[in-house]
Design a protein around this ligand. Structure first.
Ligand code: NAG
Ligand code: NAG
Ligand code: NAG
Ligand code: NAG
Ligand code: NAG
Ligand code: NAG
Length: 449
């Protein structure tokens, strides 16, 4: 039918449709921007005939297994291939894709691993979706050079560790989602370099150990979620390194509200932003109480060691001893300035615990955790007025349909939002266009006979 050639093309152009002649079977192609839409068609592999000039490629909700070099052209700007069954990505698949801005590989739960250089050279990449991909670890340097990245979605994987300096190059990163993994410790190099980070979501992990300097580069962080972890303590000093913090959630951790909690209690008293409850689970006389509601007297029996170290910290306010700070940036605006009261190994925000005997239990816990997603998502806590209402982690991006997991997104990248908003419109527009084209084609067919 399409072979009828130039007369037909002319007609279509007249009708305002620039039709791409090499559109893959079962897909819809349109221009401005040139787009190929092949979603939800049970494709087992990348369909042949994707026009090389395609800027936007939508392949979500298929059953694609592998991504290989040559499947896409370096002209690609947006590629959505979430909710497939990708198990392998050839490392060079995206090499030379210097125009790529958004890559959504999320919800490919058998993916499990990625090669170190998979994303190298994607200098324009703005949003990278790798949620729910069964990832157990991230190779060294996997995000190297992604200086334009603003949104990195790594939630709902099985990550236990983050290598030192994994995010080092991500100077533009604004949102880092790591919730729903199996992280248990955050050290001083875990988040190094994330100077533009606005939101760090770490809830629903197994975090029990946070280095005192873990957050020290995050000068612009406004939102930190640590709820539903296994924290028993967190030093106020740790949070003092976050001058922009506005929203903090610490609920659903087994907080120990003894003397170890004093510095957190003091920090909470000073903090002007919004916090969740901090529910005590120990000692026995404190169970069920909220640390925030405790009074000074509740800490009256605390050992002088803790009070003393606190006093020393206060005493050091306003002074900076370069030899002691090892390049650590000091708190903002002269308030809550923190640094070690003496040289030597830094104090930890939490005490390390023995992980060895715990492993079996971890897995058990995790089974139930995965099932609980929906319940957790409907948790009512942290309902702030104003600015951040729309950024609740429980707000999901509604436009994109998911077979499998809910898409837990605070605020989608602007590109996504646009695409989302357009999606339903262009879909119906396309249907009308398709109908129209079909009508013309039938009549031409009829006339030409
Ligand atoms: C997805 O791929 C995995 C691994 O190859 C396979 O075991 C599974 O059956 C596939 N699932 C679907 C729905 O095709
Ligand atoms: C990562 O950084 C921590 C804290 O400085 C250090 O103790 C640890 O040895 C580092 N790990 C590696 C693998 O370099
Ligand atoms: C990303 O960072 C560069 C500098 O590294 C800066 O010029 C640019 O404005 C940043 N982009 C965004 C969106 O913040
Ligand atoms: C400094 O510490 C001493 C005790 O070590 C205390 O008496 C004093 O009030 C502190 N000064 C400030 C400014 O906190
Ligand atoms: C801090 O954590 C490190 C690493 O686990 C540990 O070796 C050190 O003893 C801890 N220091 C304090 C003061 O708890
Ligand atoms: C924390 O996570 C566990 C496992 O997912 C779940 O059972 C529990 O209800 C969660 N707590 C809250 C209050 O979200």
């Amino acid at each position: 039918m399409f072979k009828r050639g130039s007369g037909l093309e002319f007609l279509l152009v007249l009708c305002g449709l620039k039709f791409s002649w090499s559109c893959p079977r079962h897909c819809i192609c349109y221009s401005a921007p040139s787009t190929v839409s092949c979603q939800a068609h049970n494709f087992l592999s990348i369909p042949d005939g994707i026009p090389p000039d395609s800027e936007r490629i939508f392949l979500q909700n298929n059953k694609i297994h592998r991504l290989l070099r040559g499947h896409f052209s370096p002209n690609t700007v947006i590629l959505w291939i979430y909710s497939n069954n990708i198990t392998y990505i050839e490392p060079s698949t995206f090499h030379g894709f210097s125009l790529l801005e958004e890559l959504d590989l999320g919800d490919n739960r058998h993916l499990r691993s990625l090669a170190e250089d998979t994303f190298h050279g994607l200098s324009r990449l703005n949003a990278l979706h790798l949620y729910h991909c069964g990832l157990t670890s991230l190779p060294n340097n996997i995000f190297q050079g992604l200086r334009n990245l603003q949104y990195l979605y790594l939630q709902d994987n099985h990550l236990r560790y983050l290598q030192n300096d994994t995010f080092m190059d991500l100077h533009n990163l604004s949102h880092l989602f790591l919730h729903g993994n199996r992280l248990w410790s955050l050290n001083q190099n875990t988040f190094r370099g994330l100077r533009a980070l606005d939101r760090l979501l770490l809830h629903k992990n197994q975090i029990e150990w946070v280095d005192r300097l873990a957050f020290h580069d995050l000068k612009r962080l406004t939102t930190l979620f640590l709820f539903n972890n296994t924290l028993t303590e967190l030093s106020g000093q740790c949070l003092d390194t976050l001058p922009s913090l506005e929203y903090l959630r610490l609920n659903d951790n087994p907080w120990s509200c003894d003397c170890k909690a004093l510095s957190l209690w003091e920090w909470l008293k000073r903090f002007r932003g919004s916090t969740s409850s901090v529910d005590c689970q120990a000692p026995i006389n404190m169970i069920g109480k909220d640390l925030k509601e405790l009074r000074k007297e509740d800490f009256s029996g605390c050992s002088p060691i803790i009070s003393e170290s606190r006093a020393q910290t206060n005493n050091l306010s306003g002074t900076v001893n370069p030899s002691m700070n090892r390049g650590v940036a000091i708190g903002s605006g002269g308030t809550h300035i923190v640094h070690p009261s003496r040289p030597g190994p830094p104090k930890n925000c939490t005490k390390p615990r023995n992980r060895v005997g715990k492993k079996k239990g971890d897995n058990e816990v995790h089974h139930s955790k995965e099932v609980m997603t929906d319940k957790e998502d409907s948790s009512p806590d942290f309902s702030e007025g104003g600015k951040h209402d729309h950024t609740s982690p429980y707000g999901t991006v509604t436009q994109r349909k998911h077979k499998c997991s809910p898409r837990t997104t605070v605020r989608p990248p602007s590109g996504v939002q646009q695409a989302n908003n357009k999606a339903p419109l262009s879909k119906s527009l396309l249907q009308v266009q398709a109908l129209f084209v079909a009508l013309i084609l039938t009549s031409i067919d009829y006339i030409l006979r």
